[in-house]
Design a protein around this ligand. Structure first.
Ligand code: FES
Length: 180
């Protein structure tokens, strides 16, 4: 008996000898085709779930080790490519009330800073097209690459968030406090 998986079945289910010549010359095995698609999809789902679990386990392990060393935790911010060049994204780090900004300043270039202005803590606004963060409260400017003050009342740089890229994901990995 022929294995059903080895049989070629036409879309209308009729035996091949009753199919038109063009279909006999170029048979499409629909059940097999759908079976392969389902199998590939299942394989894809299993692999992506495994990758996700492995990624989560890696973060938990890293954070345990970092905690032991007294180092700030890793926190995922975004996927690589999630932001367009010139785009920005707000996130909280290291605490739930510490708002920071991730800015993509080039194809492979990202920066992140605490959003609080070092003058009187107003929220700065990224203006990557002008190469700066603007603090609208007293017209303070900060360099978008370094966080250093450029103009206005601020005298200290914005606190930089250290970034790590692992498996195409961007993580916050610590805060570098201003040192002027
Ligand atoms: S609070 Fe930002 S310039 Fe004053």
């Amino acid at each position: 008996m022929t294995d059903r998986e080895e049989m070629t079945i036409a879309p209308n289910g009729e035996p091949m000898e009753l199919q038109p010549k063009w279909r006999r010359d170029f048979p499409v095995d629909w059940p097999q085709d759908h079976y392969v698609a389902r199998r590939d999809f299942t394989k894809f789902m299993v692999l992506t779930s495994f990758a996700f679990l492995a990624g989560q386990a890696w973060i938990v392990l890293q954070n345990l080790l970092r905690q032991r060393r007294g180092v700030p935790p890793l926190r995922r911010i975004a996927g690589i490519g999630q932001l367009p060049v010139g785009g920005s994204l707000a996130f909280n780090y290291p605490g739930e009330h510490d708002t920071c900004l991730l800015v993509r300043i080039g194809d492979d270039s990202y920066v992140a800073f605490d959003q609080r202005c070092t003058h009187l803590s107003c929220a700065v606004i990224p203006e990557p097209e002008r190469g700066r963060f603007l603090c609208p409260c007293h017209n303070g400017w900060f360099d978008i690459e370094t966080g250093k003050p450029l103009a206005g009342p601020p005298r200290r740089p914005l606190a930089r968030i250290r970034l790590e890229i692992v498996n195409d994901e961007i993580y916050a990995a610590g805060v570098e406090l201003s040192t002027i």
